[in-house]
Design a protein around this ligand. Structure first.
Ligand SMILES: [Zn+2]
Ligand SMILES: [Zn+2]
Length: 243
């Protein structure tokens, strides 16, 4: 069943940039509210291609989902709640959880640098655009007897509503094994932290390395942020206990 098998995440890209003030509607900020805000417009394009045996690709389905969000700046910058807040926005346009972790770090870092920009220090609203593309391929097995079923299953997985995330319990995260320098680097299940995409160096003095029960390893600080938002291993969806 779907719960037992994990398909690799679809191809995806994520770009973020500061936009002009013209994308912000005049009445966006409630009257009397003087806090600084991000006005974030997410444009997500989901395309499903079919690939036939002779290498032809056809667009089976393409859908664009656009949503805008007005979020107090301090919720997204310098806050432990920034990742859950970003994940909520991505989930609102149905970006699959399996590709969110690749976008989280980049969006979080970029928002931080934009907020720290002197030119934005006095702005009441900072307009941002996040452009996301998710591409999935289905095999065109129309000649096979059972090919039709695969096709339908894959299409449904792109359209499934993304359910709200449940964080792992603090005790479960605190109890994760720390990988020490005495363990050979070659024994690590993965050598790059999937959360921040940086190399994992065992024995480094500034980054603790944590191993999950599924054997996947991540930086200690990345693990704390990710599991404060989701209870699933970003690589294989192994679940940690929740509260
Ligand atoms: Zn990391
Ligand atoms: Zn895992």
């Amino acid at each position: 069943m779907a719960m037992d098998c994990y398909a690799p995440p679809p191809d995806h890209t994520c770009d973020i940039w500061q936009a002009g003030d013209s994308i912000v509607p005049a009445n966006a900020i409630p009257l009397g509210d003087s806090r600084p805000y991000f006005y974030i417009k997410i444009v997500a394009t989901f395309t499903t291609y079919s690939e036939s045996e002779d290498g032809d690709t056809d667009v089976v389905e393409s859908e664009e989902r656009v949503k805008t969000f007005l979020v107090p700046l301090d919720r997204l910058v310098g806050s432990d709640a920034s990742w859950p807040a970003i994940s909520d926005m991505l989930s609102a346009v149905n970006v699959p959880i399996g590709v969110q972790y690749n976008m989280m770090h980049e969006i979080d870092e970029y928002l931080g640098s934009v907020a720290g920009d002197r030119g934005n220090a006095v702005a009441k609203v900072v307009p941002m655009i996040v452009s996301i593309s998710v591409e999935d391929y289905v095999e065109d097995n129309s000649d096979d007897d059972d090919g039709g079923d695969d096709y339908v299953v894959l299409r449904e997985s792109m359209n499934e509503p993304v359910v709200a995330q449940v964080p792992a319990s603090k005790a479960a995260v605190a109890g994760l094994e720390t990988v020490s320098a005495s363990v050979e680097g070659g024994d690590l299940a993965n050598k790059e932290c999937a959360i921040c995409q940086e190399e994992i160096v065992v024995g480094s003095t500034d980054q603790m390395v944590k191993r999950l029960p599924c054997a996947h390893v991540f930086h200690g600080s990345c693990v704390i942020r990710w599991f404060g938002m989701s209870c699933f291993c970003p690589l294989c969806r192994f679940p940690l206990p929740t509260l």
